[in-house]
Design a protein around this ligand. Structure first.
Ligand code: ACO
Length: 352
């Protein structure tokens, strides 16, 4: 058995900066409200019709691949995590593969749909493949183009102000040094509140969970099955919805719990963590978790102020910036953790 180590890491964020003040031109919100409740000062939005989650993923991937000292042709498995896929199907993994120009190899591409914990789920899957010796260069990417699917009217302000676009990527390779690399990953989910943080439509639910009438399905659905009805569009049911306070309250319990689970399984304590890189959902959540674990400011990396919540991309973007700025060094114990839609959550410990 091998350990898997992050051999290369990269990130990409679009050039266009969208400030809180700019958002307040489209909806009733303010810089003060957004900063106070979330810590977000600005976010990046991709150029519509020119970029997608898979093209941004490819840009981040190229950097990670180069830093790993390999070429795109050396990648032997792809894992792509997003909630804002280019298409309903196929998933973004094959599109990113094509964008990277590595279709000749016909390597497998797996799509992960675990929203904010997508990168953690992907890391755990990649780790199992590398550990067993099945693959030697796994490309794991988290990428999101939220700006294409948010409600920028006042009705959508509770959701739309927190999200941003971007991508992060890592290449995982095997190492025979079993004190290095991914030490453990822990994954959890609980579907009880699945609809409390969700984009329901388009979907195949047909109203099963939430009632048919609400969505305007046709009287005789047998041969008129449709994913999107006119009512969904008219009633703004095609945007994400979130019961923010429930998500917040659950997140501040599950983050410390799953981090402690990972530490306990390795015989480590929170004081052993050199750098915690939490999913950038809300600065207040990260600060709460920091306090609960008794970590100093130097032990936690946040960049939500600049990028907002980039969901599956947030952990690899933050990890990449932490590494680029010298805050993650060889030998450091790095802890990653995420919580989000599903609800799903997870953690990982990495000896850098
Ligand atoms: N600007 C101004 N006012 C607003 C805005 C806004 N952007 N958004 C909501 N409000 C108003 C509401 O209408 C409400 O007004 P009312 O009291 O008159 O009814 C008031 O502010 C309070 O609204 P809440 O929703 O209770 O605000 P809260 O303090 O909970 O903050 C927030 C909302 C920032 C979304 C917070 O709940 C949060 O961060 N939750 C966790 C988000 C998260 O972690 N998501 C997981 C990842 S996302 C994923 O997995 C896809």
């Amino acid at each position: 058995m091998f350990n898997s180590k992050i051999a290369g890491i990269g990130h990409y964020v679009p050039e266009r900066v969208v400030t809180n003040d700019e958002l307040s031109q489209y909806m009733d919100t303010s810089d003060e409200w957004i900063k106070e409740r979330t810590g977000i000062e600005e976010r990046r939005f991709a150029e519509k019709h020119e970029e997608t989650s898979s093209t941004m993923g490819a840009k981040a991937a190229r950097i990670a691949i180069e830093r790993a000292g390999i070429t795109p042709q050396d990648v032997d498995f792809i894992i792509f995590a997003t909630l804002s896929a280019d298409y309903y199907f196929p998933g973004g993994g094959v599109l990113m593969q094509r964008e990277l120009g590595i279709t000749d190899q016909e390597v497998g591409a797996l799509d992960i749909r675990n929203q904010c914990s997508g990168f953690l789920y992907g890391l755990s899957v990649a780790d199992q493949f590398v550990k067993t010796g099945m693959y030697k260069n796994v490309l794991l990417v988290g990428a999101e183009m939220h700006s294409m699917g948010l409600d920028f009217s006042t009705k959508g302000r509770g959701v739309s102000v927190i999200f941003g676009d971007g991508a992060g990527a890592v290449v995982l390779q095997p190492t025979e040094d079993n004190t290095q690399g991914v030490l453990t990953t822990k994954l959890h989910s609980n579907g009880t509140h699945a609809e409390e943080l969700a984009m329901i439509n388009p979907g195949s639910h047909g109203g099963y969970h939430l009632g048919k009438e609400k969505f305007g399905y046709p009287e005789d659905p047998t041969f008129k099955s449709i994913f999107v009805t006119q009512k969904m569009i008219d009633d703004d049911l095609i945007y994400p919805n979130m019961t923010g306070q429930l998500v917040f309250k659950t997140a501040v319990v599950k983050f410390p719990e799953v981090i402690k689970e990972a530490l306990d399984s390795c015989g480590l304590q929170s004081s052993d963590i050199d750098m915690l890189v939490p999913h950038q959902a809300n600065l207040r959540i990260a600060q709460f978790v920091q306090k609960r674990l008794g970590l100093s400011d130097d032990q936690v990396f946040n960049n939500i102020q600049k990028y907002g919540n980039t969901t599956a991309a947030s952990v690899p973007i933050a990890l990449c910036e932490a590494w680029e700025s010298g805050k993650v060094k060889e030998g450091d114990l790095v802890c990653l953790a995420a919580f989000g839609s599903g609800f799903t959550w997870g953690s990982a410990l990495i000896r850098w």
